[in-house]
Design a protein around this ligand. Structure first.
Ligand code: NAD
Length: 509
C-alpha cells in the first residue's frame, strides 16, 4: 500500500499522511455509490438543497480555518485560498439554492401544429455515479464545485483528488462527514494516477476531469471503451490584449494579478501579454514597478506564495532556459533556484511566437510580453495557440472590445478584467480547442450532469396517426401539399390537398 505524505511546499513542514486506495476499495466505493444512487436520485431537490445549505453554513463558520489548511497544503497565500476556494464555493452553493429548482424543473417546449394535440417537454434526469478527478492548483473548489453540481442534479459522486495535495482530499472527506450526507452519496478515493485509472475502469456513468491535456486525452481514450460521457477542463495559454485606449493603470494591475496570483498556477493565468506598440514603453514601466513591489513569501501578509508541485518547476526552468537561449530578456525575476519552491515574479521581453514560453502552458509566475500594431494582428497572435480557455481584451471602446472578444478562439473572455469569468456562477465555463470539452457552471453546466430526456405526450384518444400504416395516396397528397404550404415559396392550398387532408383526418378516429 502506498503512503501519501502531507508537506507544506512553502516551508517543507510534514504534517501527516494517508494511505492510497487499493483497487478493491475503488470497486467497493463504486458499488456503494451505485446503491446510494437509487435513494439519492429520488430525494426531492428541496431536500438535496437543504444538505447544501448545511454545507454552506459549515463553510462560512469554518472558512478561515479551511483556507489556512488549503494554504498549508499548497503554499498559496491564505487570503487567496479564502477568496478563490472558500468564497467561490459558497457563492456557487447559494446560486444553486436560488436557481436549481428552476433549472432542473421540466421545461415545456413548443410543439408544431402538425403534431397536434401532443405536448413536449424536457425532463432532466440524473445520470448515475459521477467520477470527479481533480488537480492540485485549486484543490478545494475544483473538487467541490463539480461534486456539488453533480449532487444537486441527483447523482452520487466518487471524487479522486490530486495526490500532490492529499490533505485537501482528506479535508473534503471530513466536510461531507460533518454535514453529514447519507452513506455512499459522496466518497473520496485518495491516491494518484493508478487510483484515477481504476476509477475510470470501474465504469462510472460520467467522468468530470480537471487537469492536464495529456491526462485528459488518456481518460477520454479509456472512457471511449465503454462510451462513458466525459467532460474535460484542461490547460490554457491565455492571451491578454491591451489596446492603446485602455485604462493603462488598471490594465497593469490586472496583468500582474492575472499572471502572478497563485504563483501563476491558474489554468486561466495571463501567460501571453500583447500590448499596442504605442503604449508599450509606458505599460512595461508600469508592470515592472508593480511586479517589483509584490511581497513574496509565506508570512501572513505576503502576496505571492510558493509553487505547489515540485514537478512544475522543471517545466518552468525549461521554458525560461529555451527563451533566454533564443534572445528573451528578464526585466525582473527569471531564476528558478534549485531547492527552493519560490519563483520570483518574472517579466520577459524580446520574446517571439516560436518560443515555448509563448506556446506551451508554463503554469508559473512568468509574464512574457510582445507588441502589436493593429487589431487584426492582435487577434491573429492571440488565436495562434492550440489552447482556448480564457482571454482578456482591454479597451475603453465598448464596440471594439466586444468585436475583438467575439473573434477570439476562447471558451471565456473578460473585457477590462482577467480570470473573473469563472467567478460568475450564472456563466458557463469551459475551453475550446485543446483546453477542453464541455461546460460546467450556469444552467448549461448543471444540465451537463443530467440526461436531457425529451418527452412527447399524445393524449392517446385517436386510433392512429397521420404518418402510420396503412399508407394511402391521400397521405402522399397531404404531405406534399403541407410541405409546400408550410415551407415553400407559394403558400397556397389546392382543392385536391384539402380533400386529401379531410379524408386522412377522418381515418384518425
Ligand atoms: P494532471 O493531469 O497531472 O492530474 C489531474 C488529476 O488526474 C490528478 O488527480 C491525477 O492523479 C489524475 N490522473 C493522472 N493520470 C491519470 C489517469 N491516467 N487516469 C485517471 N486519472 C489520472 O494535472 P495537474 O498537474 O494536477 O493539474 C494541472 C493542470 O490542470 C494544468 O494543465 C491546468 O491548466 C489544468 N487545470 C485546468 C482547469 C480548468 O478548469 N480548465 C483548472 C485547473 C487546472
Amino acid at each position: 500500500m502506498s503512503i501519501l505524505s502531507f508537506q507544506n511546499p512553502a516551508t517543507g513542514e510534514h504534517f501527516g499522511s494517508l494511505t492510497e486506495a487499493t483497487p478493491e476499495q475503488v470497486q467497493q466505493t463504486m458499488e456503494r455509490a451505485r446503491i446510494a444512487f437509487t435513494a439519492w436520485s429520488t430525494t426531492s431537490l428541496a431536500e438535496r438543497l437543504r444538505y447544501l445549505a448545511k454545507l454552506r453554513h459549515y463553510l462560512v463558520e469554518h472558512g478561515e480555518d479551511l483556507a489556512q489548511k488549503i494554504s498549508q497544503a499548497t503554499g498559496k497565500i491564505a487570503l487567496e485560498a479564502y477568496m478563490t476556494e472558500i468564497f467561490v464555493t459558497v457563492d456557487t452553493i447559494r446560486f444553486y439554492e436560488k436557481n436549481a429548482m428552476q433549472m432542473l424543473s421540466a421545461q415545456e417546449v413548443p410543439t408544431s401544429l402538425v403534431l397536434w394535440p401532443k405536448k413536449s417537454y424536457i425532463h432532466y434526469k440524473p445520470m448515475g455515479v459521477v467520477a470527479v478527478i481533480s488537480p492540485w492548483n485549486y484543490p478545494f473548489q475544483l473538487s467541490l464545485i463539480p461534486v456539488l453540481s453533480a449532487l444537486v442534479a441527483g447523482n452520487t459522486v466518487v471524487l479522486k483528488p490530486s495526490e500532490i495535495t492529499p490533505s485537501t482530499g482528506l479535508m473534503i472527506e471530513e466536510l461531507f462527514r460533518a454535514v453529514p450526507l447519507p452513506d455512499g452519496v459522496v466518497s473520496v478515493l485518495h491516491g494518484g494516477r493508478d487510483v484515477g485509472q481504476a476509477l475510470v475502469a470501474a465504469r462510472p456513468d460520467k467522468i468530470f476531469f480537471t487537469g492536464s491535456v495529456a491526462t485528459g486525452k488518456k481518460i477520454m481514450a479509456a472512457a471511449a471503451e465503454h462510451l462513458i460521457p466525459v467532460e474535460l477542463e484542461l490547460g490554457g495559454k491565455d492571451p491578454m490584449i491591451v489596446f492603446e485606449d485602455a485604462h493603462l493603470e488598471r490594465a497593469a494591475n490586472g496583468a500582474i494579478w492575472g499572471a502572478f496570483t497563485n504563483s501563476g498556477q491558474v489554468c486561466m493565468s495571463v501567460e501571453r501579454l500583447y500590448v499596442h506598440e504605442r503604449v508599450y514603453p509606458q505599460f512595461l514601466k508600469l508592470i515592472t514597478q508593480k511586479a517589483s513591489a509584490l511581497r513574496q513569501g509565506y508570512p501572513e501578509d505576503a502576496e505571492v506564495g510558493s509553487m505547489t508541485s515540485p514537478q512544475q518547476l522543471g517545466i518552468i526552468r525549461h521554458h525560461l532556459e529555451e527563451a533566454f537561449a533564443k534572445g528573451a530578456k528578464a526585466v525582473i525575476g527569471g531564476q528558478v533556484s534549485h531547492g527552493s519552491m519560490f519563483i520570483a515574479p518574472t517579466i520577459l521581453t524580446d520574446v517571439t511566437a516560436d518560443m515555448k514560453i509563448m506556446k506551451e502552458e508554463t503554469f508559473g509566475p512568468i509574464l512574457p510580453i510582445m507588441t502589436f500594431s493593429t487589431e487584426e494582428e492582435a487577434i491573429r497572435l492571440a488565436n495562434a495557440s492550440p489552447y482556448g480557455l480564457n482571454a482578456s481584451v482591454w479597451s475603453k471602446d465598448k464596440t471594439k472590445a466586444q468585436r475583438v472578444a467575439e473573434q477570439l478562439e476562447s471558451g471565456n473572455v473578460c473585457i477590462n478584467d482577467v480570470i473573473i469569468s469563472y467567478a460568475n456562477p450564472h456563466l458557463p465555463f469551459g475551453g475550446v480547442k485543446q483546453s477542453g470539452i464541455g461546460r460546467y457552471r450556469g444552467p448549461f453546466g448543471l444540465h451537463a450532469f443530467t440526461h436531457s430526456i425529451s418527452i412527447i405526450h399524445d393524449p392517446g384518444t385517436r386510433k392512429r396517426e397521420v404518418n402510420w400504416y396503412p399508407y394511402t395516396k391521400d397521405q402522399k397528397i397531404m404531405f406534399v401539399g403541407l410541405t409546400h404550404f408550410l415551407f415553400g415559396k407559394k403558400r397556397k392550398w389546392s382543392r385536391q390537398t384539402i380533400r386529401a387532408i379531410w379524408r386522412e383526418v377522418q381515418r384518425l378516429f
